[in-house]
Every structure is written in structure tokens, then in C-alpha cells.
Design a protein around this ligand. Structure first.
Ligand SMILES: *[C@@H]1O[C@H](CO)[C@@H](O)[C@H](O)[C@H]1NC(C)=O
Ligand SMILES: *[C@@H]1O[C@H](CO)[C@@H](O)[C@H](O)[C@H]1NC(C)=O
Ligand SMILES: *[C@@H]1O[C@H](CO)[C@@H](O)[C@H](O)[C@H]1NC(C)=O
Length: 679
């Protein structure tokens, strides 16, 4: 009964909203500005879309055919995706990453065979492999046989049981009604760690498809929740370095691979972004139209281990072009007054990103600190955060750009932290083949991390206090993974939605929609602008682009100069992959000041695999598969989850040995890795 009433109420709002738009249309039709006309035409188009969506949904709901004229054959095409509305928010979302299910995983198989074969350890290895394995001797606690749900730190990927039970438990504990969206940051298939069963493109695609379907199914929104809702809560996947074949390698699109993922993620990528996705494999979803979005970045275009990535300075580089794309989107979000989470697989730290990409991407994120809520990443399997000084990057990049745009930024290449044996080096060598997911040399990375914390800590000392500004920084969050590189883990975030529903939610929502270009229109412009910049020559600059002013200033300068100077002039041209500075009058966003959408806490969940395996052996019937709360990170742990809070926490971590110990324990997901020898 109540549900019905709710539905009718909602329907009426839609009707009256549409009438208003229509009235405005008639009243304004004679105004003379051509820009206005364009806007009105677009508004009219919007009415059609809304109308068609409304009528088709209405038909589906009531099974009546009162409006046959409008519910045309086009309606299904327009249905849902472009004009969906958000479900009422709960202020909670999930971040899950690096699931790495392995269809070849066999319970009871030998660890040395990557958990694929039940053989004695020596015969599981190819000739020569055993020696490498012995030489490394990195095995924390020697173990020989694979448990059904996996073993922490042994180096195997996730068993299908671990993946399935984890997904089931998480979706039961945090169903669609309890969370607003899911950030899912990639690596949905095993590592390439077994020479006898090399990975194939087909396998990678199939597993990604199966995982996508599973997410879609498990977080479907029940129809009883109301009309006009999307099929699922927003799920925002990112491409992992193991989701491509061969691993780490992806080029700029379009191409068959992009089309394949466009299909696999069809229910996650808004229709109007499909073309844009075909180019970069990056996209965003609006959580609340006109207010909050989650943007998924294909970090492989910045990734050192992708052999196609040279830098982010040359216009033919995917990374350069994606920075332009990112900038246009950020500008649009700012114009619309929207806030945005940035998500991706590989965290943008010096260890991972090619150095010009590292600097530029993070500078973009910093210059949009009025709207970026935070950065959420995976890939490292270690639960931690990284502070980055944005002001510093700006000074470096802008200084370098003035002198010579082509300055080799490689000289700034990180000197530390790049030496550990990561599982994703491009070259196929023995270690990589054998130690796919095994934690090796991680304490080396932690040392460089601690150096960074120490640096930030020093700057906060009294003698530096007048020069230290927390707003100079941005903070990157890296989540623990499901794959038991340490223990399986995922994270539940809470963010501030206080005041969101104080006003009439729907009215606000549609006011927002009407003021701006439909996204489809916007993306057509984005495409054109990227092409203009990439194939730039002054004369061919399009009109009415966001860069008109820039163009004019460049052309003025150009006319004065001799033609012979053209080459030199070109070099001095502004590098558009470096962001403009944040406007002086822009207020700091949710990452810096407590406000709507500010992060307020997260809960870290984990599966204590050694304990679980032991219990399962002792009393299989009484042992339930469930994750435990590992810790809650809120204002009892640190002052706030804002940038300022993280920076102060750095200081505490350096000062307080016990706190650092606790931090390390969480960082390695309570496996005790930090206390093992050979870590
Ligand atoms: C994916 O799902 C299909 C259909 O359920 C199944 O036949 C197939 O084995 C699955 N593939 C993998 C790699 O799990
Ligand atoms: C939550 O947002 C409200 C305004 O919407 C603000 O007054 C409050 O300080 C914020 N709290 C936190 C913890 O961000
Ligand atoms: C913060 O977390 C602690 C557990 O560590 C919990 O007891 C407390 O209630 C939480 N506080 C808030 C405000 O959620």
C-alpha cells in the first residue's frame, strides 16, 4: 500500500516537472540569441527523452497502454541509462579490488605448481624453476598443499570458492539497499604464473564477463524500491593490469579489445560515454545526477610497466591524451558544481607511474581539489595511504615548462622504491613466472613509504608551522585485496550526506539537468577538442572550444613573429596536459573541509585465512565463511579523514612506535608479514 503511494507521488513529480520545462520553452522561444535557441532545442530534446522514459517506465509499471503514441519503438533505446535517477543514498559504499579468481585452482594441489597440480613439489616444476625457487627462499612458513579457500602469502591466486563465497558474503552483508555504489578496481583473473597453463585472451575476457555478471546480479536493485531506478546500484569497474593480454599492455583505442570491454561493462558505462570509453577505457558514473560522480581512470596509460607508455609529454601518447580528457571532464564537473571520486587500479605513485605521468596526473588531481573527494586504488595488495605534495608538483612542472617543454622529466625518476620484485614486470623471467602473487621485498617499499611520512611529519614541526599548509597535499588511498597475497580484504567507506535531503530532492535533480548540456552533447565536444589539441595547428582550431581564449593569445603572439621562428615558437607553446591553477575564489572541497560528501570513516574487513583454515579442519560443520571487522578508521583513530587528518596521522605514526606497529599490522592485513624473516 505504502509502496504504491510512493510510486504515484513520484510519477506526479515527473509530470509536473515536464510541464514546467514545456512552459519555459514556449515563453522563451522568441528570444533572439542563437545560443539560447540551441539550449532550448536541447531542452526540448531532453523533454522528449524524459517523456519517452517516463511513459515507457509507466507502461512497464502499470501494464496499461494509456499512452501508445509516446511509447514508441525508440523508447527502449532511451530507457534507463541516460536519464536514470538515483536511489536514496545511505552514505556508504564498498571498495573491492584485486579478486584474481583462478579457474585452474585445485584444492590440495602443491603451492609450487601455482596451486594447479597435485604433484610432489619437485615434479610440479619445470627444469630450472626449482633452483630459482630455492634460491629466493622467500616462503614465509613453508607450506605444501593448497587449502580450498586459499593460503595467505603463499603466492597462489584466489580459488573459485574464495571468490564466490567472498562475493556472496559481501553482497549479503552489504546488499543494494545498504550501500550507494561499488568501486571495483580490477584484476579479475589469475596472474600469468604457470608456464604449463599460459593465460589466454579468451580466458581473461570470459572471467571478466563472469565477474561483471556476478556484480550485476548480486547488487541488483529490487523493483520494490521504487520506479525509475536503474537495474543495479552504480558499479564502477576499472581495468587492471592483469585484465589485458599480455598483462600490462594496452594501447589507445578504438579497437577490438575496447569494444569487448564496452560489451562486458555495458551495464556500467553510460551510453553517451561508449565512444569515449573506446578511446581510453576510462569513464564515470553519476551517483547523484549533477552532484556526485565516480570516475574510473584506466591507469595503464600511465603505468611504467606498460611498454607502450613512454611519457605524458608527447601528444601521440595515450597518457597525454587522457590527461586532456581528464581536464575537460574536471572543468565540466566544476562548472556543474559536482564532486567526484577518482578511482583506478594502479595507484598514481612514483613507483608505478612513468614520471611525467605521475607528476601531471597528480597535479591535475590537486588543482581540482575544490571538487575531488579522494582517490581510491588497488593493485598493491597492501592497505595504506600515500600523501603527495601537489604544490610542489606544480612548481616543478610549470618551471620546467617555461624553460623547455621537452625537458626530459626522466631525470626526476624516483631513485628509491622501484627495486622490488613486483609481480607485474613486463619481462617474463623466472621470478615473475613463479612468484605471481607472493609478497616479496615488501618491506623495502614500506621503508620508502615511511620516508614520505617522515618528511610530512617534519614539515609539521613548530619551526615549519608557518609555511606548512595541509591544502598543498592530496592523499591516495590504496585498499587491501581479495587475493590472499596477505589476507583477503575489502573496505566499506562512509561519507557525509547530512543535509542532502533537506530540500526537495527531485526538484534539485532536474534543475541541475536542465541547466547544462546533455552529457551526450558534451562528449561530442570532448572528442573534437582532444582531436584539435592533438592535431593542433593554429589555423584549424575549432570555434567555441573551451580553449578559444588560449588560441587567441597564441595566434596574436604568432603573428608578430617571423615565420622562421615557427619551430621555436611551437616549443614554447603552453603544454595543455598541465592543468590551469585552481581559481582563487574556489572553496576547498570535501577532501579538505567537512562538508557534503566528505569521507567520515571506513571499516576494513578481512578473512583471517590461517585461523579459518584451522577451524575448517577441526570442525568443518561449525565453520562459517565470514569476513571479520579488522578495524574501523574514524575520528577516534585520527582527527578526521580529511587531508589534514591524514597528514597529522603521519606525524603520529612517526612519533608513536606502538601506532606504527599497529599500522604495519593493518597494512599487511593482520598476517604478521612485517615480523617474518626475509620479508
Ligand atoms: C563463466 O560462466 C559460464 C556460464 O555460467 C561458465 O560456463 C564458465 O565456465 C565460466 N567461466 C569461468 C572462467 O569461470
Ligand atoms: C557534513 O556536512 C554538513 C553540511 O552538509 C556539515 O555541516 C558537517 O560539518 C559535515 N560533517 C563532516 C564530518 O563532514
Ligand atoms: C569509531 O570507531 C570506533 C571503533 O574503533 C567505534 O567504537 C566508534 O563508535 C566509532 N565512532 C564513530 C563516530 O563512528
Amino acid at each position: 500500500m505504502r509502496e504504491k503511494a510512493y510510486q504515484n507521488d513520484e510519477t506526479e513529480k515527473y509530470v509536473s516537472q515536464n510541464t514546467n520545462i514545456s512552459d519555459e520553452f514556449h515563453a522563451d522561444i522568441h528570444k533572439n540569441s542563437s545560443k539560447r535557441k540551441l539550449k532550448l532545442l536541447l531542452t526540448f530534446f531532453l523533454i522528449l527523452v524524459l517523456g519517452a522514459t517516463y511513459f515507457s517506465k509507466q507502461q512497464a509499471l502499470t501494464h496499461s497502454s494509456n499512452s501508445p503514441a509516446v511509447a514508441s519503438s525508440q523508447s527502449s533505446e532511451l530507457d534507463g541509462k541516460t536519464q536514470r535517477r538515483a536511489k536514496k543514498l545511505t552514505g556508504r559504499f564498498i571498495h573491492i579490488t584485486d579478486i584474481h579468481p583462478d579457474p585452474h585452482y585445485v584444492e590440495g594441489s602443491s603451492i609450487e605448481s601455482s596451486c594447479h597440480r597435485k604433484e610432489s613439489s619437485s615434479s610440479a616444476l619445470d627444469e630450472g624453476e626449482e633452483e630459482v625457487y630455492k634460491k629466493k627462499k622467500k616462503t614465509p612458513k613453508k607450506q605444501t598443499k593448497a587449502h580450498k579457500f586459499g593460503d595467505a602469502m603463499q603466492g597462489c591466486d584466489s580459488s573459485m570458492e574464495l571468490m564466490q563465497e567472498s562475493m556472496k558474503w559481501i553482497s549479503q552483508e552489504f546488499p543494494a539497499s545498504e550501500i550507494d555504489f561499488i568501486v571495483w578496481t580490477g584484476d579479475n583473473i589469475r596472474h600469468d604464473n604457470d608456464r604449463r597453463i599460459p593465460r589466454t585472451q579468451t580466458e581473461i575476457v570470459e572471467m571478466n564477463k563472469n565477474m561483471s555478471d556476478m556484480f550485476h546480479e548480486l547488487w541488483a536493485v529490487p523493483e520494490t524500491e521504487g520506479p525509475f531506478l536503474p537495474e543495479t546500484i552504480p558499479i564502477i569497474p576499472s581495468l587492471g593490469n592483469n585484465d589485458v593480454f599480455p598483462h600490462n599492455v594496452v594501447d589507445i583505442g578504438p579497437g577490438q579489445f575496447m569494444r569487448t570491454f564496452n560489451n562486458i561493462w555495458a551495464s556500467f558505462i553510460p551510453e553517451e560515454q561508449q565512444r569515449s570509453f573506446d578511446r581510453f577505457m576510462s569513464f564515470f558514473q553519476e551517483i547523484i545526477p549533477g552532484k556526485l560522480a565516480v570516475l574510473s581512470i584506466n591507469t595503464l596509460h600511465f603505468y611504467k610497466s606498460n611498454p607502450l607508455v613512454d611519457n605524458c609529454n608527447d601528444k601521440d601518447q595515450a597518457g597525454y591524451q587522457m590527461l586532456i580528457w581528464f581536464g575537460l571532464l574536471m572543468q565540466e564537473f566544476r562548472d556543474r558544481g559536482m564532486k567526484v571520486w577518482i578511482t583506478g587500479h594502479v595507484p598514481p605513485i612514483e613507483k608505478n607511474f612513468e614520471s611525467s605521468c605521475y607528476q601531471k596526473f597528480n597535479l591535475w588531481c590537486w588543482e581540482y581539489r575544490d571538487l575531488i573527494v579522494g582517490g581510491l586504488y588497488g593493485h598493491m595488495n597492501m592497505d595504506h595511504f600515500v600523501p603527495i605534495n601537489g604544490r610542489d608538483l606544480g612548481e616543478r612542472l610549470r618551471g620546467a615548462n617555461l624553460e623547455n617543454m621537452d625537458l626530459d622529466l626522466q631525470s626526476r625518476q624516483d631513485t628509491v622504491g622501484n627495486t622490488d620484485m613486483s609481480s607485474d614486470a613486463f619481462s617474463i623471467n623466472n621470478e615473475v613466472t613463479i612468484f605471481g602473487a607472493k609478497p616479496v621485498n615488501k618491506m623495502k617499499y614500506i621503508k620508502t613509504l615511511k620516508q614520505q611520512y617522515k618528511h610530512v611529519s617534519k614539515l609539521q614541526n613548530k619551526q615549519n608551522s608557518d609555511t606548512f599548509d595541509p591544502a598543498d597535499y592530496l592523499v591516495i588511498n590504496v585498499a587491501g585485496s581479495v587475493i590472499p597475497t596477505f589476507n583477503p580484504a575489502f573496505r566499506v567507506w562512509e561519507y557525509n550526506i547530512t543535509g542532502l535531503y533537506d530540500n526537495d530532492e527531485d526538484a534539485q535533480e532536474y534543475d541541475q539537468l536542465n541547466e547544462y548540456l546533455p552529457w551526450a552533447e558534451f562528449f561530442t565536444q570532448v572528442d573534437e577538442q582532444i582531436d584539435t589539441i592533438v592535431h593542433e595547428d593554429y589555423e584549424n582550431f575549432g570555434k567555441d572550444t573551451l580553449f578559444t581564449k588560449l588560441k587567441e593569445s597564441i595566434m596574436k603572439k604568432g603573428k608578430k613573429k617571423n615565420k622562421k621562428n615557427k619551430k621555436k615558437k611551437k616549443k614554447q607553446k603552453k603544454d595543455k596536459s598541465i592543468p590551469p591553477k585552481m581559481p582563487k575564489d574556489a572553496a576547498l572541497g570535501p577532501a579538505y573541509k567537512p562538508q557534503l560528501f566528505s569521507p567520515v570513516s571506513f571499516k576494513q574487513y578481512y578473512l583471517d585465512l590461517p585461523r579459518f583454515n584451522k577451524n575448517l579442519k577441526q570442525s568443518p560443520k561449525d565453520t562459517v565463511f565470514e569476513y571479520d571487522l579488522e578495524y574501523t578508521f574514524n575520528n577516534t583513530q585520527m582527527e578526521s579523514l580529511l587531508v589534514d587528518g591524514y597528514l597529522k596521522y603521519c606525524k603520529s605514526l612517526i612519533k608513536d612506535k606502538q601506532l606504527w606497529k599497529k599500522y604495519l599490522k593493518w597494512l599487511f592485513v593482520s598476517t604478521d608479514y612485517e615480523n617474518l624473516e626475509d620479508n
